[in-house]
Design a binder for this molecule. Structure first.
Ligand code: GLC
Length: 427
């Protein structure tokens, strides 16, 4: 099975980057590359760094790393490069994705050697520019809250976390035309994918951005979809912390003060995401000033960000234990006590192993036993069901794309855990 995982990654490897899955996602995706470069490092360091450099080559002048990079034209995906008014050197989308890559660069220096440190140094300033972009363009009002302008930026495309915000979006497109353009349904059953209605709204939001040239002020103040994704918020805080550790290793200190100020600001801002009814952090809709209504897997990333006092941590741990006790495979992307829960539909219930991996890292410091339990459960889930994009938490059935790079990547990491151990015990 380990060899199968390596084969999947090698088959999905194109020219200096890995695609998530043949046919369904034929380009480079931002946070997918973070997980694949981490795994590839265990068997081919050069390829691992090439993957990272490919990603950073796509960086826009303003610092953003796009969510999809269309290195080579391919009509198998919609909305492809012709649909986006991109401003980078390489065709791309105009939105980003959770910045896991920053932490991955630091982790590679933790598990690697001097050569890895040298490689990290080459892109060091680009890492900073990416962090700065989040601060400068997504928190213009200095609230310590990162706004996202499209559900795709969260990486959790059709999570019920976005339902309220999406309900308020008017469809301003020719729905028939868009329905016909969808390519994903040629590969995965409709029951497991976002609805057509979701797609009409996804595309309406892209149209809004294009019409406004993705201008930061227009987006920040007028975008019809303005939410804080607690996932991005936490991954960003962690990225800032890991960036500081990398700076220390490289003995470069010019950005220390500003990055520390971001950590402080966004940590404070996160308290606005605390939901007293749910007893955990959740997402927030700027348009209605409302917090989300239930617990999603991103709620468990607060440990990864290292935020929350002991009282809050204990409350979240209780929810984590409940989720473990109530599901054969954890963590469902949306709490199964909710009527929006659907065990096979994209981000509305299934388990995503990349989320588990980040949760495990975060939990390690506070509760090693639970962290290990989640890792074991995740490994078993893949071993019993294969390298699918996501999984039904009730019976483990694989859903979505097959031969999926990030699932193979997490498997390789769990099987090689000795090599990756410093990430866990040296945080
Ligand atoms: C889906 C996921 C997103 C991922 C992409 C490629 O769009 O929601 O998080 O990056 O597929 O795997």
């Amino acid at each position: 099975m380990f060899i199968d995982a390596i084969n999947i990654i090698n088959n999905n490897y194109k020219d200096k980057f890995t695609i998530p899955s043949e046919n369904l996602y034929p380009f480079q995706w931002n946070w997918d590359s973070a997980f694949s470069s981490l795994a590839i490092h265990s068997f081919n360091k050069k390829k691992s760094w090439d993957e990272i450099y490919s990603l950073f080559n796509s960086q826009w002048n303003n610092g953003m790393i796009p969510h999809i990079i269309f290195h080579k034209k391919n009509n198998k995906y919609f909305p492809g490069q012709d649909y986006w008014k991109f401003r980078g050197k390489i065709p791309s989308t105009c939105i980003s994705q959770p910045p896991v890559i920053i932490s991955v660069v630091y982790w590679l220096t933790q598990i690697g050697d001097d050569k890895d440190l040298k490689n990290a140094k080459i892109i060091y300033h680009k890492l900073f520019k990416y962090l700065k972009w989040y601060n400068d363009e997504r928190d213009i009002d200095n609230l310590g809250l990162i706004k996202i302008f499209h559900p795709w930026e969260s990486g959790r495309d059709n999570s019920p976390d976005w339902d309220e915000a999406m309900d308020n979006i008017n469809i301003k497109i020719d729905a028939n035309k868009i329905r016909k353009k969808r390519k994903d349904l040629n590969h995965v059953d409709y029951s497991q994918r976002p609805t057509n209605n979701d797609y009409y709204k996804f595309i309406s939001l892209v149209d809004f951005g294009n019409k406004n040239n993705w201008n930061k002020f227009m987006m920040y103040y007028n975008c019809p979809f303005q939410v804080v994704d607690h996932g991005i918020q936490f991954i960003y805080i962690r990225a800032c912390k890991d960036f500081l550790k990398l700076s220390n290793k490289l003995n470069i200190h010019e950005y220390d003060d500003v990055v520390k100020s971001w950590i402080e600001k966004f940590t404070l801002g996160s308290e606005k995401l605390w939901n007293n009814t749910l007893n955990c952090y959740c997402s927030y809709n700027f348009k209605t000033n409302k917090l989300s209504t239930n617990i999603s897997c991103s709620s468990f990333l607060s440990f990864y960000a290292g935020i929350g006092n002991n009282e809050k941590k204990n409350k979240i741990l209780t929810s984590i234990c409940n989720s473990i006790n109530n599901n054969k495979y954890y963590f469902p992307s949306w709490n199964n006590n909710s009527k929006q829960f659907n065990p096979v539909k994209y981000w509305r219930g299934p388990v995503w192993v990349i989320m588990n991996f980040l949760i495990c890292i975060g939990l390690y410091e506070d509760n090693k036993i639970i962290s290990q339990k989640v890792l074991d459960n995740t490994k078993e889930l893949i071993e019993k069901n294969g390298f699918y994009e996501y999984f039904n938490p009730i019976n483990g059935e694989g859903c979505g794309g097959k031969n999926f790079t990030w699932t193979a990547s997490i498997y390789i990491i769990t099987k090689n855990i000795q090599k990756y151990a410093p990430i866990f015990y040296n945080q």
